[in-house]
Design a protein around this ligand. Structure first.
Ligand code: AMP
Length: 254
């Protein structure tokens, strides 16, 4: 199970799923420099190794892999893994190089751990689509398991980046999941027009001035092409960039 540390209950849900389905569970903690853009938050990304290790020990993880950036990317390394198509839009467009960084590190982590199964959160829906494509295309022999998004009581998806939010921003951030919930309710009431469903997402987001949407789209969950039933949102709340998603053909939890 790959992580960037600063573990929260979302990560721990993945660990629990892995623990329940496997004899041996290995978790990696690595803030992967090559998946961050030059103007992104690599330097200030939250890190708390002592706490992470304690949580993983308590969760009965068998091994924790915490490589250094130098070990992972020796200066003479010349190989990168690039998945096309599914990486073209949304996060791929907003964060050039991001998915190449993700695909490269995940390939290396799979090579290091040789897992039968690997666990990823639905929270990062496009990442899931990229990793599934990667595992199939390169015959990695790893079963990709996807774990539902763990949310705060007000619906906000847990994220290590939520720690950046001040109290006003934290409150406003719940608008993102509210928009997904409302769109899921509209879908459940029979709305199937993607233009109108998308407009609903946008209208809900527009009610909260502290939330600046980057995109709100409906895409196919496997290809990330439009249209589809997966509602995906990226928004800035203050300086913090948050993402969330929900498949509208399923009821919103809670
Ligand atoms: P990260 O440390 O952000 O790279 O996340 C490590 C793994 O945890 C990824 O597969 C994420 O999708 C997953 N994850 C992060 N937040 C959540 C959440 N709120 N619910 C479920 N999984 C999550």
């Amino acid at each position: 199970m790959p992580t960037m540390g600063a573990l929260h209950a979302g990560h721990m849900r993945l660990v629990e799923s892995a623990r329940g389905e496997n004899d041996v569970v290995v978790v990696s903690v690595f803030v992967n420099p090559i998946q961050f853009g030059p103007n992104e938050d690599f330097a200030r990304y939250p890190r708390d190794w002592e706490r992470d290790l304690k949580l993983l020990e308590e969760a009965n993880v068998d091994a924790v892999y915490r490589p250094s950036a130098e070990e992972m990317y020796p200066p003479d390394a010349r190989t990168r893994v690039r998945v096309s198509g599914v990486t073209d839009g949304l996060e791929g467009a907003a964060r050039p190089g991001h998915f190449e960084g993700v695909a490269t590190v995940v390939t290396k982590l799979f090579a290091a751990a040789a897992p039968d199964r690997a666990y990823f959160g639905q929270k990062d829906a496009q990442q899931v689509a990229v990793i599934k494509r990667l595992a199939r295309d390169l015959d990695l022999g790893v079963e990709i398991r996807v774990v539902p998004t763990v949310r705060e009581p007000d619906g906000l998806a847990l994220s290590s980046r939520n720690a950046y939010l001040n109290p006003a921003e934290r409150k406003a951030a719940a608008t993102i999941s509210s928009a997904l919930r409302e769109a899921a309710e509209a879908y459940a009431s029979g709305e199937r027009d993607t233009v109108r469903l998308r407009a609903r997402l946008a209208a809900r987001l527009a009610l909260e001035p502290l939330v600046q949407p980057e995109y709100a789209e409906l895409v196919d969950p496997a290809t990330f092409e439009k249209p589809g039933t997966l509602a995906v949102i990226a928004a800035r709340v203050g300086k913090t960039r948050l993402i969330d998603n929900h498949d509208l053909s399923e009821p919103f939890p809670g």
